[in-house]
Ligand binder design. Structure first.
Ligand SMILES: Nc1ncnc2c1ncn2[C@@H]1O[C@H](COP(=O)(O)OP(=O)(O)O)[C@@H](O)[C@H]1O
Ligand SMILES: [Mg+2]
Length: 227
């Protein structure tokens, strides 16, 4: 077992209102799984993904990742954990406009103690895996949405993370580019990557190995796909 969330709650409090974004969520993920999370807007999908990605912390509950308990880990240690174990893909790509594609991908490795030549070789290999190597010296604004998302995938995988998180990775793409991104995610999963993806597309959810449906901050269904 790679991941175990147990009794996870996430409350948002302001002066007048209290929102329960997640309510007693239990989720176990094995190494090598590809999980699609679906559900209506506001049901807690991004909150769940952000907690898995350690960008957010649960109000209560336990988050085990391998041998680590992440819900109580100190922030500095968590930042290090995040950089070496997790890769994140966002709906809006989130590349840095002032850096080239190559530099964006390389940034994910900058905190690792690694000789420059090895770092360069890893960056080139990651870009090749998503067929973006020919745009290495371009800036994000010079690329199509599909190319930018492929570059963002290269950034997510260059550190060989234990878990790839994707929040609506095809949400800003047309059908063809969306399918390319899904093909890449499926290939990465077949090669062993563990992936958790939020999507609004039933056909994209069908390309995952398991589908989890959420409603009002809870997981209501978890089914294995026949793929
Ligand atoms: N920073 C925040 N402050 C207050 N409420 C929030 C915040 N982020 C999310 N929420 C609330 O938590 C619930 C779940 O949000 P979210 O996880 O973004 O849903 P989804 O991704 O499924 O659309 C919603 O009711 C949302 O309004
Ligand atoms: Mg969301």
């Amino acid at each position: 077992m790679l991941i175990q969330l147990a009794d996870i709650n996430r409350l948002y409090r302001s002066d007048e209102v209290e929102t329960t974004a997640l309510h007693d969520v239990h989720l176990t993920i094995e190494r090598g799984e590809f999980v699609a999370i679906m559900g209506p807007s506001g049901c807690g999908k991004s909150t769940l993904l952000n907690i898995l990605g350690t960008i957010d912390r649960p109000s209560s509950g336990s988050y085990r990742f391998g041998d680590h308990e992440l819900s109580t880990m100190a922030e500095a240690e968590l930042a290090q954990f995040r950089r070496s174990h997790l890769g994140y893909i966002f709906q809006s790509f989130n590349l840095i406009d002032e850096l080239t594609i190559e530099e964006n991908v390389e940034l994910a490795l900058i905190y690792r103690k690694m000789p420059r030549a090895e770092r360069r070789a890893r960056v080139a290999a990651a870009m090749d895996r998503v067929s973006i190597g020919h745009r290495a010296r371009h800036y994000p604004s010079q690329l199509s949405g599909g190319q930018q998302q492929r570059a963002a995938i290269a950034r997510a995988i260059v550190g060989e993370p234990d878990l790839i998180l994707a929040d609506e990775p095809t949400g800003n793409l047309d059908t063809e580019n969306g399918m390319q991104v899904m093909d890449i995610l499926q290939t990465l999963n077949r090669e062993g990557a563990t992936i958790v993806m939020v999507t609004h597309s039933p056909s994209h959810a069908d390309m995952a190995r398991r589908r989890v449906d959420m409603l009002d901050g809870q997981i209501v269904i978890s089914v294995r796909n026949a793929i």
